[in-house]
Design a protein around this ligand. Structure first.
Ligand code: ADP
Ligand code: ZN
Length: 518
């Protein structure tokens, strides 16, 4: 009966229509398929298991790591007349007894379960007698051992699915492929479930990137144009959150900082203020996130490049949940690339994982140096096709492209002839034919590359190097103070087998903003 889901959608949840992707997911879950659904935060995942739970016989077990969220959902469902209950550490004994009673009486439709409950042998026994018809897993990426949100108890979910022999529907907003593979392995024994990746477009969010050029002033300028609006400034370090918040306050904004090193009470105060006050700016590390549920955040700025394209997407996605226009600006510079690369290289992850992390960083750098519509590039990464959006900086002002093959070859040559031992600054000195001390000491004025790049300014060369790093033609080597090393991707260009387009606007802009000074 195809009318049933829509009728329930209206009667129980009070919505007239499904959001993008919801309808198909609801159908597949109701049908009893194993499902992996990847939807952005705020996309409406909970409905995708709540509604099927009502359409199926028996009880649906919902596993979620967020106790407050579970309690919220249970309250909402009960108010709508749905028999729902939760077994979490926050329960009073009376609440727990009431949930057990309803379960035994076969009355419960949704049972929310904290993952740590799975470690309890009694829970498994109880569930095997309770007429469970399916398992829904929220925040399914918590099963990924390499992710930030790893929950060891999530590793027991696969076992529960096997024991109960029921379909499982897993939900997450984390879209990267590595995590997907891990979810399939651990939750579905490696058998690919029906997979949905939907609704990643947030058309009301304006996308923009800017090369770093006096980042603090850039952030202050961005905020000054949006006075009185709620915003978040994401920073790469705890120190910076405090510094930028201070600078914003000095400039007359209401601003505070937030990071993982603060007392829990202070953090809660900031969350509370942000939720209730109008026009507060929070300068934060990525620790400010999961619990932020403010619909009218008007802008998000990144003072430093995020760690990955997924991180970027999640952080900008906190803006404009109400659907009204929201703006974002992400700053990036060569130093960010160096820092992020070394964080990956110095991490404890195994080599394959590090390689994947470099890949995710590359994707973000590719987006930063995109040649066309940014949203198209972003959605393409998530597997969605889209037309140019008309709501990003590159749609606003399409970049002019030029054939950068020769410039790139000169830059590569300068690096190779100096043993791939130097950063962009010294290589640019060589290209420009500058007689610096370092050039003298190393006899680099004897190189055939010395002075071959005088047709471009220092600023233009900086943009060329940045775009080369953005396309992963060169990587800073963390073990040698960021010395630039050529990657295999650059070989075809070096050999003259491929040409490469660069963005002229970035080149000119960098040159205009910063005259040829070091
Ligand atoms: P997620 O878990 O994906 O972050 P939620 O399930 O909490 O998102 O849903 C986000 C918001 O969207 C909630 O306020 C929810 O009530 C609302 N919502 C979900 N589905 C619909 C719909 N079909 N129509 C209108 N609002 C919806
Ligand atoms: Zn666009």
């Amino acid at each position: 009966d195809t009318a049933a889901p829509l009728a329930l959608l209206k009667d129980i949840f009070g919505y007239d229509a499904f959001r993008p992707g919801q309808g198909e997911i609801v159908d597949a879950v109701t049908d009893g398929q194993n499902v992996l659904a990847i939807m952005p935060t705020g996309g409406g995942k909970s409905l995708c298991f709540q509604l099927p739970a009502l359409l199926r016989h028996g009880v649906t077990v919902v596993i979620s790591p967020l106790i407050a969220l579970m309690r919220d959902q249970v309250r909402g469902l009960r108010e709508a007349g749905v028999a729902a209950g939760a077994l979490t550490s926050g329960n009073t004994p009376e609440e727990t007894d009431a949930v057990w009673d309803m379960l035994h009486a076969g009355e419960l439709k949704l049972l929310y379960l904290a993952p740590e409950r799975l470690a309890n042998a009694g829970t498994q026994r109880m569930l095997s007698q309770a007429g469970v018809s399916m398992i829904a897993v929220d925040e399914a990426h918590c099963v990924s051992q390499w992710g930030h949100d790893f929950r060891p108890d999530y590793l027991r979910i696969g076992e529960l699915r096997r024991a109960l022999d029921v379909p499982l529907a897993a939900f997450t907003a984390t879209a990267d492929e590595e995590t997907q593979v891990e979810m399939v392995t651990r939750l579905f024994d490696g058998v690919q479930p029906t997979t949905f990746l939907r609704g990643f477009d947030r058309p009301n969010i304006h996308l923009a990137f800017q090369p770093k050029d006096g980042p603090r002033a850039q952030i202050l300028g961005f905020a000054a144009a949006r006075r009185g609006q709620s915003g978040i400034v994401y920073c790469g370090t705890r120190n910076k959150t405090e510094g930028i918040a201070r600078a914003l306050r000095d400039d007359g904004h209401a601003a505070c900082h937030y990071h993982g090193g603060m007392e829990a009470g202070d953090r809660r105060d900031v969350e509370e203020r942000f939720a209730t006050e109008d026009g507060l700016i929070v300068c934060a590390t990525v620790a400010f996130g999961m619990g932020v549920d403010k619909p009218d955040i008007r802008w998000v700025a990144h003072a430093d490049l995020p760690k990955s394209i997924e991180g970027y997407y999640q952080e900008i996605g906190r803006a404009g949940r109400d659907g009204a226009p929201a703006e974002t600006m992400t700053l990036y510079g060569a130093e960010d690339v160096r820092l992020r690369r070394s964080q990956i290289d110095e991490g404890l992850a195994p080599p394959e994982r590090r390689q994947a992390d470099h890949g995710r960083l590359n994707a973000l750098l590719g987006l930063a140096e995109a040649l066309g519509c940014r949203r198209q590039a972003l959605l393409a990464y998530f597997g969605e096709e889209a037309a140019p959006c008309g709501n990003c900086d590159l749609c606003d002002r399409p970049p002019e492209l030029f054939d950068g093959t020769e410039a790139v070859r000169k830059a590569l040559s300068a690096a190779l002839r100096t043993g791939e031992s130097f950063g962009a600054g010294h290589l640019i000195d060589i290209l420009l034919g500058k007689d610096t001390d370092k050039v003298q000491q190393r006899n680099h004025d004897q190189l055939p590359t010395f002075g071959v790049g005088k047709d471009l300014s220092r600023g233009q060369w900086q943009a060329v190097f940045r775009q080369m790093m953005g396309r992963d033609l060169m990587r800073p080597d963390a073990e040698r103070h960021g010395a630039l090393v050529m990657t295999d991707r650059a070989l075809p260009i070096l050999r003259g087998e491929e040409s490469i387009q660069l963005r002229r606007d970035a080149v000119v802009k960098a040159a205009e903003r910063r005259p040829a000074v070091k």
